[in-house]
Structures are given as structure tokens and as C-alpha cells.
Design a protein around this ligand. Structure first.
Ligand code: GAP
Length: 459
């Protein structure tokens, strides 16, 4: 099966079907800031819930945290972000645009978009200088008297500064992890590629604290676990890879990092090429963060075994993912087109667990008592799963709409339903339709939702 997807098609489907659209659109939009509509919220929530499930339910060595976005400014001094969380920036004196100096080969010149910055005859780039990505704001009602604080650029530091609390109150000992999902903010020089790189985004991060000697084993464990998470939720394995960072790519805190990368498609069907890009970074952070906070806060951040008296500063393995990037990758990987009855059927072959709506209930016609029975079925199913009732337009159009938002199953009420209380159940991927009694429909759908699923794009 060919891959019909391009980024332009994803952006257009997201807008058309109300998944994601530009923020503050009626005021002309704010560059690279997006709002999630109904189906986008449902999809991203499912992605986050599956992450929580993998961290908290499928294992018993990780606990949850929700720390503040605005933290003590010294947190960022200790973490190294104030001094070192920078990207190299260049200005073009001709077009007055700013570019990330290390991404010039991916960016477009302000005057000649077919060329990269610096390649046009009139390009006049400055020397690169460091630009700190943290957003600053002031705490307190009077700006001049207030203290400067920062919107967190990662959720991770909220975890490190709570290490002692969690150790005490959740009675944990290494190896154990602390997981958090929340918004982070970075004043990116060149955001772009839809929700791939924005200035406000959600992270799903987990810091796993281990005895120093065990760090390599746990690093390998988390690489395998995180790769499995994406493929079990439907990402095609040949579109996913692990790539170890070169030593000059490593962050200031990491002694080793591997990225989970996804093969994102070209922007449109004529230009650009597919590109491997980071979905998640898995870092071996050593004891950098706990030692730095211990020193700056003058607190002991270590594990002490009360029985043996052994004490040590745990090392940290960190799988750090982006909820928006993961959502984008799941959308891209699910997008498909096929010819059906001489029309193009566009559909999202999402894993049923991720699909925003699990089942649509539709009367074939809007009369003869069919809407009443359909509403009865809908009322029953929506108590068990995200369901939608749809009676507007031809049945073909309603199926197309549900296909485009990735609804895996459609239940249709027709004249026969009124005679024998059976309905047809349509499968989004195979288009197979089976007739089933209304009683037992909810159980059947729950069974299907629990069953293993494999992307039909892999067939
Ligand atoms: N605590 C480590 C850390 O923050 P990172 O690689 O900078 O590591 C982790 O970020 C993940 O957060 C990335 O792999 C990506 O999925 C997501 N992310 C980072 N910057 C982003 C941005 N500007 N827009 C959207 N997602 C972003």
C-alpha cells in the first residue's frame, strides 16, 4: 500500500475536521501556536492516557507528579538552563529574518524561499550568537519591583526538586521513577512544521532513579520499552528508529542519549523529502541534576538505605517525550487514502485505543422509528466508550466523515432493526459489515477495543 500522506494533507484534515487549528485565528493568528478542537483534544488525551497507563498501570515502580510551571528562579540556575539553554541564532541583514544557525539546511531564505538562508545572492547573515530559549515573566503586581521568573522549559526539573518529597512520602527506593505530563515553554527561534516545534507544548517525562552501577542496564531497558510503546500503538516499525546522539549533540547534563525518531513525510506531494525527526529523547543524565540541586539548595538529595546504612546519589535515566509530537506522528502514520466506488476515501487508520471516537451510531433514514432506536443504542454505548450519534446527510457521507476522524466502528440502524433488533456493525479498516443483535453490542465493542491491533498499512 503506497503512502499518500504529506504534512499539508495532515494540516488540512486537522483544520477540516476540527482536530487542530491556528490559535487566535480571528486576529490573524500567533506564529506557530495552535489550538486543539474536540477531536484533537480526545486524540491527545488518549495518547497521554496510554503514556500514563504504560508508566503507572503496566508497572509498579513509577509514581505520578504534577509540579508548578513557575518555579523558584534558582531551579534554572542549578539546572544549567540560565547559562546554557541556548540555541545559536543568526540574523539576515537583508531580509531581517532570524534563523537557527544549526538548522539552516532545513530553513527557507526570506527572499528566495527555494534557497536556504545564506545561499541567495543577497543573503547577508550575521555571526551566530547564543539565544536563551526561556520565557521570562515577573511575579508580583508591580513589574519593576517583582522578581524575574521563568516559564519552565521542561517538566523534568519539577521532578528533581521533588525527589526528597517523593522519597519520603511514597516510601520508594531506587530503582523507581517519577512521571509527569505538563506544558513546557520555549522561545524557539524557528518553530514550525505544524505542531512539531511550537513555543508552548506538552511533555510526557519520566525520571527513573537507579543505583549508579545499574544505569546502563536501565538505559537499555527504557530504550526498548519506549520503542515498543509507539509500535504497539500502531506506528509502523519501518517508520521508527532509535538513533544514538553523537558526542557533540549531547545536552550539558547527559552522558548518553538516544532519540526515538519518526520518518515524517514531505510537506507536499512535490516538494521536500521525508525526514527522520526526534519524537522522544532517552537520556542517561547521571547524577548531574540531583547533585546540582543539592549544592544550590544546600539539601541532601540522596538515597539512604536504613537497614544497611548505604547511601548514594542515584543516577537518572530519562525518557522525555512530546505529547504534541507523538499525536502528530500517530496522525501521520494513520493517514490513508484508497479508491472506493470511484471516489477517494480518506481515512485515519488509528489504533482503536487512540481513536477520538470509538463508535458512531447512525439511523439509515431519519424516519420510521429508526432515530429513536439509534438514540437508545447511543445512550447505552456512550456510557462505556466515546460514542457519537449522527443522523445528518446520506449514510455514505456520514461514513466518510467518521473515516476521516478515524472512528473504528459504525453501527447502522435500518428497517430490519425494527423487526428483529439487529444492527449492522461496520469496520473502518476492512469495511466488513456484520449483523449483530443490539443486546451484546457493547460487549462486542469492548472486546474489539481490548484486542491486539495491527496497522492494515503493514499488510
Ligand atoms: N527533559 C529533557 C528534555 O526536555 P528535549 O529533547 O528537549 O528533552 C523532550 O524534549 C521532548 O519534548 C522532545 O523529544 C519533543 O518531543 C518535545 N519537544 C521539545 N521541544 C518541543 C517544541 N518546541 N515543540 C514541541 N515539542 C517539543
Amino acid at each position: 500500500m503506497g503512502d499518500a500522506v504529506t504534512m499539508d494533507k495532515i494540516v488540512s484534515l486537522c483544520k477540516r475536521r476540527g482536530f487542530i487549528f491556528p490559535s487566535s485565528e480571528i486576529y490573524g493568528g500567533v506564529g506557530s501556536t495552535y489550538d486543539y478542537g474536540h477531536y484533537g483534544v480526545l486524540l491527545k488525551t488518549n495518547v497521554k492516557n496510554e503514556w500514563w497507563r504504560a508508566m503507572l498501570q503496566d508497572r509498579d515502580d513509577v509514581v505520578a507528579l504534577d509540579s508548578a510551571i513557575i518555579q523558584h528562579p534558582r531551579v534554572w540556575e542549578a539546572s544549567g538552563h540560565l547559562a546554557g539553554f541556548t540555541d545559536p541564532l543568526v540574523d539576515c541583514r537583508t531580509c531581517k529574518k532570524r534563523f537557527r544557525a544549526d538548522h539552516l539546511d532545513q530553513l527557507q531564505c526570506g527572499q528566495k524561499p527555494s534557497k536556504h538562508p545564506g545561499e541567495g545572492p543577497d543573503c547577508d547573515l550575521t555571526e551566530a550568537r547564543d539565544f536563551n530559549l526561556m520565557f521570562e515573566t515577573t511575579v508580583g503586581p508591580v513589574k519593576e519591583e517583582g522578581a524575574t521568573v521563568y516559564l519552565r522549559p521542561e517538566t523534568a526539573q519539577g521532578i528533581f526538586v521533588n525527589f526528597k518529597n517523593v522519597l519520603q512520602f511514597s516510601r520508594r527506593k531506587p530503582p523507581f521513577g517519577i512521571a509527569q505530563i505538563g506544558k513546557s515553554f520555549r522561545n524557539e527561534i524557528t518553530p514550525g512544521n505544524f505542531v512539531f516545534r511550537t513555543r508552548e507544548f506538552e511533555q510526557m517525562e519520566m525520571e527513573f532513579f537507579v543505583p549508579p552501577d545499574d544505569r546502563d542496564t536501565w538505559f537499555a531497558h527504557w530504550l526498548a520499552e519506549r520503542e515498543r510503546w509507539y509500535t504497539e500503538l500502531g506506528i509502523r516499525p519501518d517508520h521508527l528508529r532509535l538513533r544514538a546522539h553523537e558526542s557533540d549533540e549531547l545536552s550539558h547534563y547527559a552522558s548518553g542519549t538516544s532519540d526515538v525518531e519518526y520518518l515524517f513525510p514531505a510537506t507536499d506531494s512535490v516538494g521536500g523529502a521525508a525526514r527522520w525527526s526526534e519524537l522522544e529523547g532517552i537520556a542517561n543524565r547521571g547524577d548531574f541534576d540531583l547533585r546540582a540541586h543539592a549544592e544550590h539548595a544546600r539539601e541532601k538529595l540522596e538515597y539512604v538505605d536504613t537497614a544497611s546504612g548505604e547511601r548514594y546519589v542515584p543516577h537518572v535515566i530519562e525518557p522525555a517525550a512530546g505529547a504534541d509530537r507523538a499525536t502528530l506522528a500517530f496522525l501521520v502514520d494513520a493517514y490513508d487514502e484508497e479508491e472506493l466506488e470511484s471516489e477517494t476515501r480518506t481515512l485515519l487508520r488509528l489504533h482503536p485505543k487512540l481513536a477520538p471516537v470509538k463508535v458512531a451510531v447512525m439511523p439509515l433514514v431519519k424516519k420510521d422509528g429508526q432515530p429513536e432506536v439509534a438514540r437508545e443504542i447511543y445512550a447505552d454505548l456512550r456510557r462505556r466508550m466515546q460514542a457519537e450519534y449522527d443522523e445528518g446527510g446520506s449514510i455514505g457521507k456520514r461514513y466518510r466523515r467518521q473515516d476521516e476522524i478515524g472512528t473504528p466502528w459504525g453501527v447502522t440502524v435500518d428497517h430490519q432493526t425494527l423487526e428483529d433488533r439487529t444492527v449492522t456493525l461496520r469496520d473502518r479498516d476492512s469495511l466488513e459489515q456484520v449483523r449483530l443483535p443490539i443486546d451484546g453490542l457493547g460487549d462486542e465493542l469492548e472486546r474489539r477495543l481490548r484486542a491486539a491491533w495491527r496497522s492494515p498499512k503493514l499488510a
